[in-house]
Design a protein around this ligand. Structure first.
Ligand code: PGA
Length: 247
């Protein structure tokens, strides 16, 4: 069985001082844990996180990556730059990027492709809004979002991580029930199976108000291979409890 992956998404939070305390607590708390752990930090803190997490088994990730290789793209971060800082994962297509930065399925697919080309594992986020769920469109939406990435990445698709994050559950305290989440994860697994014979290797994470109280049940579902954790990843005891539930 593959190890579960618990990835923290700090979003636009942190400071040199608070990051240091958080990372030191995480490093102390993950020692000899049997699962994969990562923190996706704001870009200015990549070097700090890499330094503090070095040798601890905690991987460092970014929260985005440019679809371009290099050049006149002010404000963008290239995959090769991220690689320079030891970045292992890059979140792509987070719903906050899709919503506030108008990122399309096609753009997300290009970003995933760019990350893979530099040896960075893209964490591809998919998920429906509340209106889409209520209209019975959940499966169509997540399949459309993942299909774009499969189409652009061909046989490399077994190298990605997928995160199912229902938009209505992100930062709201509302979580998909383990059964609701599993149902969507099974759909995504099926879609990956149609694209690669290595679909079982792919981590499919759940994200959306995962916390110490609900993690164990979510993570016990067949196709839930870990979590992408926002708010609860900013508090060491809470994040470590989720990690403990996964290991
Ligand atoms: P949340 O965020 O855990 O705060 O709901 C998850 C995410 O957006 O990745």
């Amino acid at each position: 069985m593959k190890k579960k992956l618990i990835a923290g998404n700090w979003k636009m939070n942190g400071s040199l001082t608070s990051n240091e305390a958080l990372l030191q607590a995480l490093v102390a708390g993950v020692a000899d844990k049997e699962c994969l752990v990562a923190v996706c930090v704001p870009a200015p803190y990549l070097a700090q996180a890499q330094g503090l997490a070095s040798g601890s088994g905690i991987d460092v990730g970014s929260q985005d990556v440019s679809q371009h290789e290099s050049g006149a793209y002010t404000g963008e971060l290239s995959a090769t730059m991220l690689k320079d800082f030891g970045v292992r994962y890059a979140i792509v297509g987070h719903s906050e990027r899709r919503q506030y930065h108008a990122e399309s399925d096609a753009l997300v697919a290009l970003k995933a492709q760019r990350a893979l080309a530099s040896g960075i594992t893209p964490i591809v986020c998919v998920g429906e809004t509340l209106a889409e769920r209520e209209a019975g469109q959940t499966e169509d939406v997540v399949k459309r979002q993942l299909a774009a990435v499969i189409h652009a990445n061909g046989h490399c698709i077994s190298e990605i991580v997928v995160a199912y994050e229902p938009v209505w559950a992100i930062g709201t305290g509302k979580t998909a029930s383990p059964e609701e989440a599993q149902q969507v994860h099974a759909v995504l697994r099926g879609q990956l199976k149609a694209a690669t014979q290595h679909a079982d290797r792919v981590h499919i994470l759940y994200g959306g108000s995962m916390n110490a109280a609900n993690a164990k049940q979510l993570l016990s579902q067949d196709d839930i291979d870990g979590g992408l954790v926002g708010g609860a990843s900013l508090k060491a005891p809470e994040f470590l409890s989720i990690i403990a539930a996964a290991c």
